[in-house]
Design a protein around this ligand. Structure first.
Ligand SMILES: [Zn+2]
Length: 273
């Protein structure tokens, strides 16, 4: 009998509907953790908050009746369900992109439910993935669905800033035969929107530019750029004519450009500072 039939789909829908409140509440609890990569500490290479996130995910799995393993120094944890020769992985990440001051409707780590949505940093990318993996395993277990493979629900905490978590995972663990990543649209995503990372270095030192800084992550359209230049009357006058809000203090000219941030996958409606 085909497993993915209408009757089973209805059972799963009913199960999720019945658990809606805990799904929402558990996700909200994860969103409250400000798991932006921070300063590396002893045994916590991705900073305190990312590692709190790992602990929270492990606690959640334990609370729901799964055994959880946490590898803090490696930046990942996992829980499993079932015993079989082959494994299906479900990989989600609990770290989030840094926040900027473009959060105008809510506070990033104080999630709110608004209509059919939850608003908060990481409620979609990708703390929802942790909850999806958990409830997929729970539904299979609680509805007694037969499973030929072991399930391994993996949580990483370095997806946004280097993916060292998954590198460590692949080095230390037997990787699942197949892994689903609930961090995009089902069923398949090939590469991340052709993103292009590059570093450039000037052959000559910048003498007039003291500081040039913008953006909060590689895959985010710049919300703000700050520039500091060596002061000169001529330069300040020239900049003032451009009407870009240049101001001076002692020996420095300051300019701040404002934009409208957005994930680089959806640059439409954003404004690059
Ligand atoms: Zn993600």
């Amino acid at each position: 009998m085909k497993f993915c039939n209408e009757e089973n789909i209805k059972k799963i829908d009913k199960y999720l509907e019945k658990n809606k409140e805990s799904i929402v509440n558990e996700l909200m609890e994860l969103v409250k953790i400000p798991s932006v990569q921070g300063e590396a500490l002893e045994g916590m290479p991705f900073g305190k908050d990312c590692h709190s996130m790992l602990d929270a995910a492990a606690k959640l799995y334990e609370k729901n009746g799964f055994n959880a393993v946490t590898k803090h120094s490696e930046g990942y944890g996992y829980a499993t369900y079932g015993e079989a020769e082959k494994t299906i992985g479900l990989f989600a990440h609990g770290d989030v992109v840094p926040v900027d001051d473009s959060w105008i409707y809510t506070k990033p780590f104080e999630p709110v439910v608004s209509g059919r949505y939850i608003i908060g940093r990481g409620c979609n990318d990708n703390k929802s993935g942790i909850i999806s993996a958990l409830y997929a395993a729970k539904a299979i277990r609680d509805l007694d669905f037969p499973l030929k493979s072991k399930l391994m629900m993996i949580t990483g905490i370095n997806e946004e800033t280097g993916m060292i978590d998954i590198e460590n995972f692949a080095r230390n663990e037997r990787t699942p035969e197949l892994t689903l990543v609930p961090d995009a649209n089902y069923p398949l995503v090939k590469g991340e929107k052709g993103i292009f990372h590059f570093n450039i270095t000037s052959k000559k030192a910048f003498k007039q530019i003291k500081k040039f800084k913008g953006g909060c992550a590689y895959n985010v359209v710049l919300d703000k750029v700050e520039v500091e230049l060596n002061y000169s009357d001529a330069l300040l006058n020239e900049l003032k004519e451009l009407n870009i809000g240049a101001r001076s203090e002692e020996d420095t000219i300051y300019i701040t450009f404002k934009g409208m941030s957005s994930h680089a996958a959806h640059p439409e409606h954003s404004d690059n500072a």
